[in-house]
Design a protein around this ligand. Structure first.
Ligand SMILES: [Zn+2]
Ligand SMILES: [Zn+2]
Length: 355
């Protein structure tokens, strides 16, 4: 393990008056002083400064209620045995009609009976639609997830309806779906996007990574959250490769979903993030489990990349961040196996929007 102490790297050359214009906040929230840019710290990279405990969870999972290969109980048991604190069970709604009860099967299964001490099953649903000739899937988790997506319902309205009902909702696997980017970018209401889908990564490689879709939204100053999930259909074989780490007050459905909605989580396919914050001098501090690279990213060409020396790993980096021409900043830590932990993004508040 190779620890860099206070290694300040000015990798993203501060162009022009960049450094003078840099600012951000750790404790104080939004910085308002002088001509320095304001920073939206609602999500603070993912709950690192919030009170509570970290809980590991999967937000996308299928059982025999839809097209998974295990019954619901053994499905969630795979996650409990793997050390997860919670999982959502998010079976598909489309095409899975219970003829006897005359209702979509995911809406009637008594999930709460599967909760055990220290392990929580959160209700959820995956909605499918083929609007505009595109394959579009949304995953909705928590209270209010059982509001139907009506035929021809506007997708932004549907997303807002789920959100207003208290659920956490995200666009699933846009890269796998090969959604045209306009489907996302024309949505006026979109809280979150599935950035990494492990099931797809196993079967279709890079199509499991939808990072480009997330970055395009962030580049347009859309404060959209990212998630990683398994989207497991064969737990034990395609599980345990994409998860969220949620900072919540309590391991209850309400506690977890509230923290998700507040952006108090980061997501990972391997490494652990221990702390990420911007200090008052606009230095970005990152601590994590041993990795090969720690990266701060924004729009085109705006990146600070700290690499471990040959044969070593990193657990810490301090990077000077230049806010000029950078609408957001987010952090990735990638280990020797190419597994990554992603922070949420912190957005710069543009002058016009800040008034
Ligand atoms: Zn799907
Ligand atoms: Zn799915």
């Amino acid at each position: 393990m190779y620890v860099i102490h206070r290694w300040v790297l000015v990798g993203m050359v501060c162009l022009g008056s960049g450094l003078a214009g840099c600012n951000a906040a750790h404790e104080k929230g939004v910085v308002t002083e002088g001509k320095k840019p304001k920073v939206d710290v609602r999500y603070r990279f993912g709950g690192f400064q919030e009170p509570g405990n970290w809980y590991k969870g999967n937000l996308h999972l299928h059982s025999t209620i839809s097209d998974g290969n295990l019954e619901p109980r053994p499905t969630v048991e795979v996650y409990r045995r793997a050390g997860y604190d919670f999982t959502a069970l998010t079976d598909h709604i489309s095409g899975f009609w219970d003829k006897e009860k005359k209702v979509y099967r995911p809406l009637v299964y008594p999930l709460e009976e599967m909760n055990k001490p220290g392990f929580l099953v959160v209700p959820g649903i995956e909605y499918n639609t083929n609007r505009k000739g595109e394959v579009i899937h949304f995953v909705v988790v928590g209270p209010g997830c059982d509001q139907r997506l009506e035929d021809n319902e506007d997708l932004s309205n549907a997303m807002k309806k789920w959100w207003d009902n208290g659920a956490f909702a995200f666009m699933a696997h846009p890269h796998w779906s090969l959604d045209g980017t306009p489907v996302l970018e024309e949505m006026t209401y979109l809280p979150a996007v599935e950035v990494f889908n492990y099931g797809t990564a196993l079967s279709e490689g890079l199509r499991g990574n939808s990072q480009m879709y997330w970055d395009r939204l962030l580049r347009k100053s859309r404060a959209v959250l990212g998630v990683a999930t398994d989207d497991s259909h064969r737990p034990g074989k395609d599980s345990g490769g994409g998860w969220v780490m949620v900072k919540a007050q309590a391991l209850t459905a309400e506690g977890i979903v509230t923290a998700l909605r507040n952006g108090q989580f980061y997501f990972s396919s391997g490494p652990r993030l221990e702390d990420v914050y911007l200090d008052a001098e606009s230095s970005l501090h990152v601590r994590c489990s041993p990795v090969k690279s720690i990266r701060a990213l924004s729009t085109v060409g705006k990146v600070v990349n700290v690499k471990a020396p040959q044969g070593k790993t990193l657990t810490e980096a301090v990077m000077k961040w230049d806010w000029s021409k950078t609408p957001f900043v987010r952090v990735e830590c990638t280990d020797e196996g190419g597994r990554t932990a992603w922070s949420q993004a912190v957005m710069k508040i543009e002058k016009a929007a800040a008034k």
